[in-house]
Write a protein that binds this ligand. Sequence first.
Ligand SMILES: *Cc1c(COP(=O)(O)O)cnc(C)c1O
Length: 406
Amino acid sequence: MSFDVQTLRAQFPILSTQVNGKPLIYLDNAATTQKPQVMIDALVGFYTQCNANVHRGAHALSDEATRRFENARNSVLTFMNATRREEVIWTKGTTEALNLVANGLSKKLEKNDEIVVTEMEHHANLVTWQQACEASGALLKVARISDSGELDMEHFESLLSERTRFVAFPHASNALGTLNPITAMTAMVKSRGDALVLVDGAQGIAHCEVDVQAIGCDFYAFSGHKLFGPTGIGVLWGRYDVLETWPVWQTGGEMISTVDYQHATWGELPYRLEAGTPNIAGAIGLGAAVEWFTKQDFAALRQHESEVLKYAMELGSEFPGMTLVGTAREKVGVMSFLVDGTHPGDLGFILDQQGVAIRTGDHCAQPLMKRLGVGGTARVSLSIYNTVEDIDALFVALKKAQQMLT
Ligand SMILES: *Cc1c(COP(=O)(O)O)cnc(C)c1O
C-alpha cells in the first residue's frame, strides 16, 4: 500500500486554511498537532447526542456517555498494549500526569534517596521532581548529554545506585528531537535495583510505537493534544501493582467509596486517581484520535516523516549561516536551529507573515538551552502530514527573513 500524504492531509480541515493571506505551513507539531475531522466529529457527537455526566447511571444519556468514555479508555489501553483498564488514568495532560506521580513520590521518598533525570528534560519532567526532592530531602541527579544532544549512557549508568528510587526521562526531546533508547535505559535501571521508571511520552507517543509491556517502565505519560486529540486530556499509564500502592492525589467525587462527616474510604482504580467530573468530551475525542491513528499504516508514516526530516536537515546544513542544534543519530521530526546574525524570535515573526508556523524560544527547557550554550532556538517540528513542499516553503521564507534581518 503506497502512502498518499495528500489523502491524509485532506482529513485535517485546518491544513487547507490560510494564515496572513498565505497557505498555512504548520511546523509547530511538537507544541500541538492539528486535528483530523473524525476527532472533531467525536467531540461534536458527544455534545449533540449524549451529553451527560458519566458513572451516574440512572438515565439513557448517562449510560451512553459512560459507554463512549470507557470505550475511549479501552482504545488507549490497546494502543499502548497495556494489560488492564485500571492502569489507564485520565489526566489533563502530561504535566498533570507527572504531578500526580510526583505527589505520591514526595510521600514515599526519604532523605538522601535519589532521583535520576537527564539534561534534556522539558520543565514538566524536571521541576515536578525538584519539588518531590524538596518535600522529602531526596537528591536529584542529572545524566549528561553530548553536544549533539544524545544521552551519555555511561554517565546515566554511573548515576544509578542502590539509593536510586525513581528515574524519569523523555521518550523524545521536544527541543532537539533526540529519540532515547528507552527500553535499554529501563532495563539498565531495572538490572540495578527496584527504582521506578517513568517515561515522559509527550513527544514519543505520536512518532513511535509504544508498547508499555515491552518497554518495561512503570509509568508512561502523554498529552492528547500532541496525538491529534483535544487539549485538556492526557493519560498516565501506570503498572497496576505500582498504581495500587500510589497515594490518592486529589479528593472529591468519583474517587471515593464511602464518606461520613469525619472520614472517607477510596474507590477502585482507575477512579481512585480521577477525582471530580472528568473531561468526558476530551477523553472521547482522544479515543477517536487513537482509533484513527491506529488504522494508519504506521511503518509508512514513520518512513515518510523521517524522509521529510532528512530533507529538512540536509537543506538546513547547506543553508548559509545556519547552525543545527541537536543532531542526534536517532531523532523524531524536530529541527532546532539558529541563523547567524538573527534572533530566533524575529525569524519566527517573519516566517509567520509568510504563513509558516514554527516555534521559537527556550521550548520549556531552560537548563538544556544553557547546557548547549544558546539562549533559545528556532524549532521546526514535523507531524505525519508535513511534506517536502512544506520544507521548501520554509526555506524560501527563511531566505527572505535572512535578507530582511541581516
Ligand atoms: C509538551 C511536553 C510536556 C508537557 O505537556 P503538556 O501537554 O503541556 O502537559 C512534557 N514533556 C515534553 C517532552 C513535552 O513535549
